[in-house]
Design a protein around this ligand. Sequence first.
Ligand SMILES: [Zn+2]
Length: 328
Amino acid sequence: MKTGFSYFGVRRVEHVRADLEAMREEGCTQVLHTWSEEDLAYYGDTMARIVGESHKLGLDVYANAWGVGRVFGGEANSELSARNPGSCQILSTGEPVAAICPNHPAFLEYMDGWIDAVCAAGVDTVFWDEPHFFFRKGRVGEWACRCSACRSLYADRFGTDMPLLPCPEISLFRQERLLGFLERWTTQVRAKGKRNNVCLLPDAFDAGLPDWGAVASLPALDELSTDPYWSDDDPLDKVVEDYTLYSDRLVSICKLHDLEPQMWLKLYRIRAGTEHFAPAAAGIARAAGIGNLMAWSWRGSDAMSWLRSDDPPAAHAAMVSAFRRISA
Ligand SMILES: [Zn+2]
């Protein structure tokens, strides 16, 4: 049984080490370190030392491109679109947004460097976290991206100008493009002797990768994961329903493609009195046959006010005892 937490917000190595020692003592086998644009620019050697300390403690290390380009998930700022004028994503409404277009050559070049640095630091698995075209929750009808690079590629692919309204061709275009990038990146990572995990957003998000089977078919993929996190007001029934649905889906797709399934548990913004939700979700995933469980994030996300749980120690303790119970 593999269990662990994501970890971020601390770049002073002795403090990271103390936290990782606690994580190890609590029975965890692995950790995910976030690796943002800021980390790549200013914390290269520090990040390598953090990976090294994790390994010394016996923890397997994942790293994700946290908020990079705003093409991947995460609460990290991105300056890629500002550094590369004309590269930002354009909504179907014509509005530019602060996210780089993955179809812009500057993004591919940046990601090549990111992969080099992360793999050179010795991580075990690169975690491709929620790759997506830009979307805003609750904004129906708008979609991305309709920038000049996308319109040109779309015209090459379909022989017409890119429509304004969503249609099957736009879905196919976005899926093909994101899949192509994932194929490129996972191939590069495997060539460096490292593993790949792609984490897919649940269906409710208009991310651009609706066909999970196509992602699972990527030849250099090792693990497939998802993160069906509940909303603040969701009852336990909804948590059970979603984790049952997505656990079963992960297990069946992974069986078909000889991949390891990994499930993410929500451990941020845990409302008081709902600390049993994440343990219940973990139990469902384990019962479905998933032996790799991770929680976002360490200690109920207490260090980040945006994500902090109402009672971080209680949320964390409930998660740790669930991990221990499942691992026994
Ligand atoms: Zn674009």
